[in-house]
Design a protein. Structure first.
Length: 168
């Protein structure tokens, strides 16, 4: 909570696989040049946030479909509060920027369970902008520059990461 402004809490938050549509973004450096995207992932929501959500700026928000929750309570699948919110179509936040009271910055991101999602420019731009923002760098008006990643690019990155881990 202190570092990121929010977290997943069992019996409060849920972690379904679903496909939200991110098409509106706030006026925040992390959201600069982020294009709309929609990807299937394990998007956690109904997170527990700091009091009054002070310092938290939602970055990725959507209204979950009813299929993402169950009526019966469970540690990761539902509770009466979230079931009510989803039924009433209350928007949920899956990524957020946090300006900490100590002057630091934090970020919460509940996706990235599938590396193939990095092929989506909007998805990738959020992560690149976030890394720079958390480090205290100025985000260009057009966002952190990058190229669109392909499946081949991602496979090469995995091979390179493995080589680094193995000291090659």
């Amino acid at each position: 909570m202190q570092w990121m402004g929010g977290y997943f809490e069992p019996f409060w938050s849920v972690n379904p696989w679903w496909t939200p549509n991110y098409d509106r973004f706030p006026a925040h450096p992390v959201a600069r040049s982020v294009t709309p995207f929609s990807v299937r992932d394990e998007w956690y929501y109904h997170m527990r946030f700091v009091g009054d959500v002070k310092g938290v700026t939602p970055i990725l928000t959507d209204v979950p479909s009813p299929e993402t929750v169950r009526e019966n309570a469970s540690s990761r699948g539902c509770n009466p509060d979230i079931f009510k919110e989803v039924s009433e179509q209350v928007p949920q936040h899956m990524a957020w920027a946090y300006d900490r009271p100590d002057g630091g910055r934090g970020f919460g991101f509940t996706g990235l369970h599938l590396h193939a999602n990095l092929e989506k420019d909007g998805f990738c731009t959020v992560l690149l902008n976030t890394a720079a923002w958390v480090a205290g760098l100025e985000i260009p008006q057009d966002g952190v520059p990058s190229k669109t990643l392909s499946e081949t690019d991602l496979k090469l990155l995995i091979i390179e990461a493995k080589a680094v881990r193995e000291g090659k």
